[in-house]
Design a protein around this ligand. Sequence first.
Ligand code: EPZ
Length: 420
Amino acid sequence: MDYLKAQSVDSLKGTINISGAKNASLPLIAMTILAKNSVNIKNLPHVADIRTLLKLLTNLGAKVDFLDEKVVVDTKPLHETKATYDIVKTMRASILVLGPILARFGHCEVSLPGGCAIGQRPIDLHLKALEQMGAQIEIKAGYIEARAPKGLQGCNIIFDKITVTGTANIVMAAALANGKTTITNAAREPEVVQLCEVLNESGVTIDGIGTAVLTVHGTAGELINIPEFSIIPDRIEAGTYLCAGAITKSKITLTNVEPKHLGAVLAKLEEMGSSFTLTEDSITIHPAKKIKPVKIITQEYPAFPTDMQAQFMALATQADGVSIIEERLFENRFMHVSELQRMGADITLNAHTATVNGKTKLSGTDVMATDLRASSALVLAALVANGETNIHRIYHLDRGYDALEKKLGGVGADIQRLSE
Ligand code: EPZ
């Protein structure tokens, strides 16, 4: 199993190129199930979750070609409608094939994804919405069996909670439905916006894109022609590297990034003392000399993203004063706390709120990654810890970061990938 050996670094310098967004890529790959043509996808990130979903599609019969500048997905030969446990258990976002397969074939079996380190991750809202659209759904032996022999019917759906993949699943199901589907309390994340924009360009009229009320005009079962598209930049990867600049007090520039997707993250870094130079597709961080403490509450976009919570906790250990971080989306997204404490961080937990007393001297040691974003938080801590830090189980990191150690190495970090 791989691990990262990271040394502390005085400062970083230079430019980091941001990859395509994992969480935009996953629904957009699932969307190809709705296509009558071969779909060209540019700027897919080279991360494990993307490979997993593409493998799932090939298991179902689709053809996937990896070319230099793009990936071509042809789902015309797709014939299998069962997404099995062996692959779904490795990535719960596989649930994103449920809506498209059901919409296209009228039946579908998808293994229940199961929970993950950060929480139980229910999909009740996905299933309830599909039932409202006329699907018969049964849970049998760990599988979701869904049927809609007469196709899905457009209707008015109100999500009890804002759900990112739930919104994506229902938008894709509604794309081929009979009639109009209105989704109220829809997720407004940029990744959902791109899915809607590409569907719109593919002949599925969607009103309200970027708002909490989406109206999808279905094609009544007609497959769609999806033009070539390029994945939007990964705002969480970008936020992670901005935290690397902030925690090491280094001026670095990110390229191929979308500053407007990072409003809440930039605002919180400014509160902590950083400033920024922005262009249309780049961000340069001018870090604080003294990092100020911060209060963070994670909420749905455009508020502060839960996927940046762990990284900011690592940064808060270097702030002069007490930071308060409240996690409102997931019930168990503080697994990085105990590992940061082992490095010397002074953090106390009370239910969903962490109190971080800074500034603490961190010491390098052996630590264990527990989930994707916790892994990157440990890398950030290692950059400023005394001595060497070995981060184990970095398969978590590889699910969502494209060559992190190489990108940080390119701006002066000393991080080696080794095998144990
Ligand atoms: C997406 O997960 C992201 N994953 C997550 O990123 C991200 O943390 C999360 O959205 C929140 O922004 C992908 O896009 C692949 P949710 P998702 O459905 O869609 C509850 C990362 O690090 N809920 O928006 O699974 C749920 O329990 C990953 O890249 C229900 O109760 O999250 C949670 O409290 C981690 N019932 C809240 O809604 C449902 O049917 C938000 O979950 C669905 C969700």
